[in-house]
Design a protein around this ligand. Structure first.
Ligand code: E9O
Length: 594
């Protein structure tokens, strides 16, 4: 799926701004497409939950309505007109006046409505979006909606972040010619000092020609045909910390005339798992960085350019070379930014909470087997498959993305896990044969009982020894952690990385003892983990949980959210940020992995 951009044949207008907003005040399913009778306006992009003071809105379960007037630019006569949502969380129905023009389920991937012939250029229409925030066994991530004694719907879910909803990413209207370039796929290999580039263009009728242009504007290769390959001699590789991007200028031509044009950026780099090594461009790569969230005050999961820039600045200040898009695909601009700045990304699906063992007891769902027809069965897997298709379609061309993480903390230790995951792994490898696969293993799963790790390329492990278990006892934690990690490395002989380790920390709390929640404990906890990592030869990376404090649902373990951030929610450093900076920039001696 191509991202939205202007080209010599395409125009774009933004529909971001203030939209009329209301929670559903009607019984039944009838769409509220008449002018919304409401005093409220919601910002787009933003989650709606924290914008208003009314708890009925924040805790609403079900449909909310967004609406605005839109005029199709009058110059778009004879063009295709497409409406594109970066995401609507979790499901959307889109109406042009009274007509349903798009439906989509899945809160973190884009979707479109083709308005050609529905609304004419120059005409105005009322754009209404019904947003559904309900999570069920048939959504990714899953959840359960139950009806309380007061007759109100109640949402529970199995993941540890607030169920923000709304139109959290940009909405745009764009034009293409009637015959147009639908999709472009670029994959790369390296042959000595040359780059080998394979491309495929899906397009309407016409001839396809492509040229690769380097950062100085020089054309370095040309090719013809909808599918083909070319060499770039003396190629500049895309490297972690040293990004280099080429433009693939794609033209659909007919009788010498350019019918449609699109520029797809790409980087030349390779990714490979060999033995227990993770190689980028044939060189061992050691991940330093974080599991993150899209989460800021007031905006919730709303995308914001200032936060994007600032978060990357802080990550780079720490010496982070990478991050994981925990626990859902992030806004496309985040990946574009990572591409341009040489930051490595583990791209994760929204399949979080496929584990009744962790939270099921607390939510009243468990204890039950996680993977069964009654819990997470075929319907969940079908949603998971659809989500994987959309994720790979959206992100396949990003050089920054070096690995797909297809689930976070599934019950990989339980019966049924293999049956559930085997087809998903197969599908992902078909969709993208070029990138390694992983899943982030929960603490209940260990080398002795995990049922799926052999299907994957990298062992990504989430561990909290010294926090959820051996609380306050870092010496005992150090021993068990080492045994645990060595167990994975020995049984599977694959690269091992830590995708989560962290301790909740209240900034300003200090102690000379091993006191959980103190800033010193967070630093000591991380240092203990690092001693263990440095003793394990198969270790290829460390992602601290979490980059910053983030919002969660209410819980007795949560004080205004999850406080495992190395930065506060407003991005102030805790002591641990300085400790990480010393380790990851080499101030402590050598950099990890070197
Ligand atoms: C997922 C992440 O979204 N991993 C959790 C993180 C946390 O801080 C959460 O924010 O809680 C940790 C899961 C811990 C499982 C505990 C198992 C207890 C072991 C016996």
């Amino acid at each position: 799926m191509l991202s939205v951009t202007t080209t010599s044949t395409r125009d774009v207008t933004s529909l971001d701004g203030l939209w009329r907003f209301a929670i559903d005040s009607r019984a039944g399913d009838e769409p509220w497409t008449a002018r919304l009778d409401t005093p409220l306006e919601a910002a787009v992009p933003a989650s709606y939950n924290d914008l208003f003071t009314d708890p009925e809105i924040r805790d609403h379960v079900g449909i909310t309505w967004y609406q605005r007037q839109v005029r199709i630019p009058r110059g778009w006569v004879g063009q295709r007109t497409v409406l594109r949502f970066g995401s609507v969380t979790h499901a959307a129905k889109v109406y042009a006046d009274d007509r349903l023009v798009a439906e989509h389920t899945g809160g973190y991937t884009p979707f479109e409505a083709d308005l050609t012939g529905v609304v004419e250029p120059g005409a105005e229409f009322r754009l209404t979006v019904a947003v559904d925030n309900r999570l069920t066994a048939e959504t990714i991530p899953p959840g359960t909606v139950s009806v309380g004694q007061d007759g109100r719907e109640k949402q529970s879910y199995l993941h540890d972040f607030y169920n923000y909803a709304g139109i959290a990413r940009s909405v745009r209207l764009y034009s293409t010619p009637p015959r147009f370039i639908e999709d472009i796929t670029v994959t790369t290999e390296v042959d000595g000092s040359a780059g080998l580039v394979d491309y495929r263009v899906d397009a309407g009728e016409g001839a396809v020609r492509v040229r690769a242009v380097d950062e100085s504007g020089a054309v370095v290769a040309e090719a013809e045909g909808a599918q083909g390959s070319f060499r770039i001699e003396d190629v500049e590789l895309w490297r972690p910390g040293a990004a280099y991007l080429y433009d693939l200028v794609v033209e659909l031509v007919d009788g010498g005339e350019v019918v449609d044009a699109y520029t797809q950026q790409f980087g030349v780099r390779t990714v490979e798992v060999r033995g227990a090594q993770f190689l980028i461009n044939g060189e061992p790569f050691y991940f330093t960085g974080f599991g993150k969230h899209e989460d800021t005050v007031v905006r919730g999961k709303g995308h914001d350019q200032a936060h994007l820039v600032h978060d990357f600045q802080l990550m780079q200040w720490c010496g982070a070379n990478s991050f994981r898009t925990a626990h859902y695909p992030y806004d496309e601009e985040v990946l574009d930014f990572a591409d341009r700045h040489g930051i490595v990304v583990i791209d994760e699906t929204a399949a979080v909470g496929l584990n009744l063992g962790v939270q099921g007891g607390l939510t009243g769902i468990g204890p039950q087997p996680t993977f069964s027809p009654e819990t997470f069965g075929d319907a969940t897997r079908a949603a998971h498959e659809q989500h994987l298709r959309e994720l790979v379609a959206r992100d396949k061309n990003h050089p920054s993305v070096v690995m797909w993480c297809i689930a976070n903390e599934p019950a990989s230790n339980e019966d049924g896990a293999r049956e559930y995951f085997e087809p998903l792994v197969k599908l992902t490898r078909e969709l993208d044969p070029t990138r390694p696969l992983t899943y982030a293993a929960v603490m209940f799963a260990h080398a002795g009982n995990d049922q799926i790790a052999d299907l994957f390329d990298v062992l990504a492990i989430n561990r909290y020894y010294g926090w959820y278990v051996f609380t306050g006892d870092l010496a005992a934690a150090e021993d068990v952690l080492e045994q645990d990690l060595r167990g994975w490395a020995q049984r599977f002989g694959k690269p091992v990385m830590m995708t989560e380790y962290g301790a909740d920390t209240q900034p300003g709390l200090h102690s000379v003892w091993d006191a959980p929640w103190s800033e010193e404990y967070q630093s000591d906890f991380l240092a203990m983990n690092h001693r263990v990592f440095d003793r394990i030869p198969e270790f290829v990376g460390e992602h601290v949980w979490n980059f910053a404090d983030f919002a969660t649902g209410p819980g007795i373990h949560r004080v205004d959210g999850n406080k495992k951030g190395v930065f506060t929610r407003d991005r102030k450093p805790k002591s641990a940020a300085f400790a990480l900076r010393r380790r990851w920039t080499g101030l402590d001696g050598r950099k990890p992995g070197q």
